[in-house]
Design a protein around this ligand. Structure first.
Ligand code: ZN
Length: 213
């Protein structure tokens, strides 16, 4: 089986998202790129039932190379991100705080220095229907210069040079959103870092590696 190791890594990442409580049911999807091939989780398979053989392999135009099942409906999103970034792995979920945060802002306020892990203030891509080219376009734009973004009225996405790296960022994104929402819910104004503090943190964190998810 081609890309067996990478397909198994997709299975492991899906199950890890589920273990961490970052997905409900079959929501979310995961992919890995190797050269011009993309291994992506299938549509509508329970994560506990997922096996490497169910993870399909497509080319960067979405053509099937080796797939038994229908790919995730967000295949166009994954392909658009691979076309516009040098990402090697992508994770997408509908975690509650990330999804809620995408309902109330255009950019996550830079209130915690963890935001620097994502390359700067984390954008919320404008709403588009799931599975559409418009959504793919909007999210790819929101990810420019960033390793994560929120998707308005939908969820969150992280990317990395490897799938492990992308996966390791997801809980941090959810944490940032959870903390911001709790702070906002007090009704007090939320303190944010200054532009200088943000620039310092973005530089400082480049040498910092978050623990493996
Ligand atoms: Zn989704």
């Amino acid at each position: 089986m081609i890309l067996e190791e990478e397909r198994q890594a997709v299975v492991n990442a899906c199950q890890e998202m589920q273990r961490k409580g970052l997905v409900v049911g079959t929501a979310g999807n995961v992919s890995v790129r190797v050269g011009d091939k993309v291994a992506i989780s299938p549509s509508a398979v329970e994560y506990e039932d997922l096996t490497a053989g169910m993870v399909g392999v497509h080319d960067l135009d979405g053509k099937v190379i080796d797939a038994q099942l229908k790919p995730s409906s967000e295949l166009p999103l994954h392909l658009a991100v691979y076309h516009s970034t040098d990402a090697g792995g992508i994770t997408h979920n509908h975690a509650p705080a990330s999804t809620a945060m995408g309902l109330v802002c255009e950019t996550i306020p830079f209130s915690h220095y963890y935001s620097a892990m994502f390359g700067g203030p984390i954008r919320v891509s404008p709403y588009a229907d799931f599975g559409t080219d418009q959504l793919a376009h909007n999210v790819a734009a929101a990810l420019q210069g960033r390793s994560g973004a929120l998707m308005s009225n939908h969820g969150a996405i992280t990317i990395g040079p490897t799938l492990d790296k992308a996966l390791s960022l997801l809980p941090y994104l959810e944490y940032i959103c959870e903390v911001q929402l709790r702070a906002m819910s007090t009704g007090h104004s939320v303190k944010v870092l200054t532009d200088d503090q943000i620039a310092f943190q973005v530089e400082a964190i480049k040498g910092y590696k978050p623990s493996k998810a």
